[in-house]
Each structure stands twice: as C-alpha cells, then as structure tokens.
Design a protein around this ligand. Structure first.
Ligand code: MHO
Length: 155
C-alpha cells in the first residue's frame, strides 16, 4: 500500500470522491502544508496556520497508479482558482499536491505541465506541488462527512 495527499477545496467532497476509486482502500480528511502541529479545524479556518484542507489516500499501486490518482485530482476540481475552490475562499482551500517521494514529485509536476499545455483551461493552473512535511488527520466529525450528511460541497 502507498499513500498520496491532495488538497482541492473543502475536504468533505475530496475525501468522498477519492473513496469511489477502485484500488483506494482509505481516504482521511486532514490538514497539510502549514506551520502548526495538530491544528484544529477552527484554527485552519482562520487561515493563519498555513494549512490546506487535505485528503490522504491509501492505495494499492498494483490496482491504481499514482498518475491515475493525479488525473482524478485534476478532473474533479478547478486547479485555476487561486486560494479558493468554488464558494470556499481562503488559503486553506488552495489546490495542492503534497508529494511523498521524488517519483510522486516528478509525476505530479509532469501532469500539471501537461494539463497547463493542453489548452483545457483558459487561465493558468495554480496548483502548488510540494513535498509533504506532515499530515494531521482532522477531527472525527469531518471523516466520511458526505456519507453521513450528504454533500454540502460546491463540487
Ligand atoms: N463552506 C463549507 C466548507 C466546509 S469544508 C469542511 C461549509 O462551511 O459548510 O471546509
């Protein structure tokens, strides 16, 4: 099993969409890319911790490739929106890929460059691609939120 970490706006929907994929055994909503340890949702919402709402995916590389996960990531949000996603505004909703090793870093950057060159978007792709430093799982009530409550997310 391998791990991959993505931020694409409100993590409720991101987690839900990754769970649909064959080869993905788990998806955890959490916080990545910030400066404080063990942040709370409220702290992250303030925009002052630097974290993005992120989802850490556990997957079987024999069933689904990292490249396919990255394609799914780009296909299910708008990577041209800077520091927002739909109605959710703030750096905590930025588009980001937090990579776990050099191979992921290279694959994510290549996918972003291909997408940017494809002409699919009129505006620049602003997705941040950086090595993951730490991932903090979010509070329990954020996990499987869409399954429990239905979707309240923009996309
Ligand atoms: N606008 C959404 C964002 C929630 S998501 C966990 C809400 O507050 O319902 O950031």
């Amino acid at each position: 099993m391998a791990k991959a970490t993505f931020a694409a706006g409100c993590f409720w929907g991101v987690e839900h969409r990754f769970r649909q994929l064959e080869g993905v055994s788990d998806a955890v909503s959490g916080y990545a890319g910030g400066t404080t340890a063990n942040p709370t949702y409220k702290q992250v919402c303030s925009g002052r911790t630097g974290h993005a709402e992120a989802v850490q995916v556990t997957y079987d590389p024999a069933v689904i490739s990292y490249e396919t996960l990255v394609d799914h990531f780009f296909a299910t949000h708008d990577p041209t929106q800077l520091n927002r996603q739909g109605p959710d505004v703030g750096t905590q909703y930025r588009s980001a890929i937090f990579t776990h090793d050099e191979a992921q870093l290279a694959a994510a950057k290549a996918a972003r460059d291909r997408l940017a060159a494809s002409g699919r978007f009129a505006r620049p792709v602003v997705t941040e691609i950086v090595p993951l430093r730490s991932f903090f799982p979010a509070e329990e009530y954020h996990q499987r939120y869409v399954e429990k409550h239905g979707s309240h997310c923009a996309i």
